[in-house]
Design a protein around this ligand. Structure first.
Ligand SMILES: *Cc1c(COP(=O)(O)O)cnc(C)c1O
Length: 398
């Protein structure tokens, strides 16, 4: 099969290795593992990732949106799924009908879950989210008692089945940060209050990848690793978390054209690089429309791997292509049209990684992998379209 112009290839064996490692750590604490596959499996493909993760020891799947949960169910995945971020008035009926667990952070979330349960004719399984200090999603502690009262009423009515109390950490990438213990203590308080008020055992969960890897004391009943499933280490600094994670994604393209350019010629838009002598150049048909950020071209340190060798990208990243310097025109470079170009991958032989891109861009590797190829399920709404009445010069706002 001919390789594509540009593609993200996902090594499911690496992914299974990472999940087995994470589930092994969790298992030592008596915890289960929820593989987080939101944002299309961090850009790796939610359904194949979910299958591989379940294969390798995950028992749960975590997603952000109901659409993501529905995609897993449509893909034939019957494992427990938790979906945690909902917009007002979202119809949760299909989620309840297909046994998708719902994160609940407010009376409105709870009412939506209960409404869906009545429509679906079965109780909604809910994970009650307490804000322990991230100040993002989650019920503030001062509203927790009222939320529990509302849950208790709906439990009595038989429409809500509480499953867990959970929260999310703010500083897990810095394992000794004092907020971790404070957040855990607040989670435990909320969990105690919930089990007492609802008169039943509930799961507790808190740990993301970083805490799964470095803070076994915070594993509680269930861990929720995301980025580490994909082989990227969330812990910054030399050595990271110290665990053997393998990056699963290789973002690659192929050489479209090899040619020589005379000395003193500007390369790519704006001529930000000029050939210092006659040069051999390779054209790679991948650009910012494919997830190669234009800002990479400003660093002067952006490289790709061709034939196992790092080669510098020169000039600006365009929408659809970049140019690679292969060296002086009269020296052999061994690069041919059709050769594989590694944009980033596992880093074998010192080739570029997503973490290296993140460093060059001043961001985190999470954003790099989820940015590959865009997010296909983003709906592209067109608003504010105004059609000029005379039929000419329609002005549009997107
Ligand atoms: C994304 C997310 C995770 C996974 O975080 P990682 O840092 O990728 O491990 C866990 N829990 C929640 C609530 C999340 O939003």
């Amino acid at each position: 099969m001919t390789a594509a112009r540009v593609e993200a290839v996902v090594d499911l064996a690496a992914l299974r290795h990472n999940v087995a490692l994470l589930a092994g750590l969790a298992g030592r604490s008596g915890a289960s593992t929820m593989a987080v596959v939101k944002a299309d499996g961090y850009g790796h493909g939610a359904v194949p990732v979910a299958r591989a993760a379940l294969d390798a020891g995950a028992a749960w799947l975590g997603v952000c949106t109901l659409e993501e949960a529905a995609e897993l169910r449509a893909g034939g995945i019957g494992a427990p799924v938790l979906s945690w971020l909902h917009v007002p008035d979202e119809d949760m009926t299909a989620a309840v009908a297909t046994a998708v667990d719902l994160g609940v952070a407010s009376p409105r979330d709870l009412a939506a879950a209960a409404g869906a349960a009545r429509a679906a004719g079965r109780p909604a399984r809910v994970h009650l989210k307490i804000d322990t200090g991230l100040s993002r999603n989650g019920c503030p502690p001062h509203d927790w008692g009222a939320l529990l009262d509302a849950v208790a009423g709906l439990v009595e009515e038989g429409v809500v089945e509480p499953v867990a109390v959970w929260s999310h950490l703010a500083h897990a990438d810095d394992p000794s940060h004092p907020t971790l213990d404070r957040q855990a203590a607040r989670l435990d308080d909320a969990h105690r209050a919930a089990t007492a008020r609802l008169g039943r055992p509930l799961l507790a969960h808190l740990a993301n990848s970083a805490a799964t890897l470095t803070r076994p004391d915070l594993h509680r009943d269930l861990v929720r690793p995301g980025i580490a499933v994909y082989g990227l280490d969330p812990v910054e600094g030399p050595g990271g978390s110290g665990h053997d994670l393998r990056p699963a994604m290789t973002f690659r393209s192929r050489v479209a054209l090899v040619k020589t350019v005379a000395a003193g010629e500007g390369v790519s838009y704006g001529h930000t690089w000029t050939t210092p002598g006659p040069r051999a150049l390779a054209l790679v048909p991948a650009g910012y429309a494919d997830g190669v950020p234009r800002l990479l071209g400003s660093s002067g340190r952006f490289a790709v791997g061709i034939g196992g060798v790092r080669r510098p990208v020169v000039g600006r990243v365009c929408m659809d292509q970049v140019v690679v310097d292969l060296g002086p025109a009269d020296e052999p470079h061994g690069v041919a049209e059709g050769d594989e170009v590694v944009l980033f991958g596992p880093g074998d032989g010192g080739l570029p990684t997503a973490a290296e891109w993140a460093e060059l861009l001043g961001t985190i590797h999470y954003e790099v992998v989820t940015g590959v190829g865009g997010r296909p399920r983003l709906s592209r709404a067109t608003t504010g379209v105004t059609q000029a009445t005379d039929g000419v010069n329609p002005s549009r706002t997107w």
